[in-house]
Write a protein that binds this ligand. Structure first.
Ligand code: URA
Ligand code: SF4
Length: 211
């Protein structure tokens, strides 16, 4: 199955999923969207009111601010994949519960595997917590670290910056670094791929062409 087909399949499964209580109150599930070959994957928290109506991620106020952050960083929204740790809206936008995060994690894991992004950008603490348990956003925001064979950057949630205006400059500056960080990630991934090929001489060097 191609990455695109896998992502479609996951979205189909999510739309009928009953693995946690959030299915009871959802209108539309929000599986996430974007091209299957996206180099950057953004992972937010969960659908809000507008997302629940439309079945699409980040289409409300936080989404408008995300659009602005992406545009100012020179990143085209339609070039990146955007999703959430939970695919159905928590009632009244409450925090997702541990059992909901655990139940929905299977979809996120499969989405990450299918997309195989160079960089994952986490938006907010629940998304950050998946990759960097115990980290403090105030200390690590905007920094890129290698986790396994990809890079993860923890960003403040755009909605937090809407509620706390002093965060706005910080989040704008963090997003402005994205193109440069993507460049670093590309080079490092190409370098580690070439080291792997040298260590394993039978490997076809042709595989490198994707970088
Ligand atoms: N906030 C999120 O974390 N995700 C959305 O999709 C919308 C708002
Ligand atoms: Fe299923 Fe995730 Fe929706 Fe819960 S939030 S019902 S696990 S798709």
């Amino acid at each position: 199955m191609s990455a695109e087909e896998t992502l479609k399949q996951i979205a189909d499964e999510v739309s009928v999923c009953t693995s946690c209580v959030l299915h009871k109150t959802r209108k539309k599930s929000v599986p996430g969207e974007g091209p299957a070959n996206s180099e950057i994957m953004f992972i937010g928290e969960g659908p809000g009111m507008n997302e629940n109506e439309q079945g699409r991620p980040f289409v409300g106020a936080a989404g408008q601010f995300l659009d602005q952050l992406l545009a100012q960083a020179g990143v085209t929204r339609s070039d990146v994949w955007i999703g959430n740790v939970v695919k159905c809206r928590p009632p009244e936008n409450r925090d997702p519960m541990p059992e909901e995060l655990a139940a929905c994690n299977v979809y996120l894991e499969r989405q990450i595997e299918a997309l195989n992004p160079s960089i994952i950008v986490t938006l907010g603490r629940f998304s950050m917590g998946k990759f960097m348990p115990g980290a403090k956003i105030s200390q690590i925001h905007g920094q890129m670290r290698k986790i396994g064979n990809r890079f993860v950057i923890a960003m403040f949630h755009p909605a937090a910056a809407l509620h706390q205006p002093q965060l706005k400059t910080t989040i704008l500056a963090d997003f402005a670094k994205l193109p440069q960080l993507l460049d670093v990630a590309r080079k490092e991934l190409a370098r580690s791929a070439s080291v792997a090929v040298k260590e394993e001489p039978k490997e076809e060097p042709k595989q490198l062409s994707m970088f």
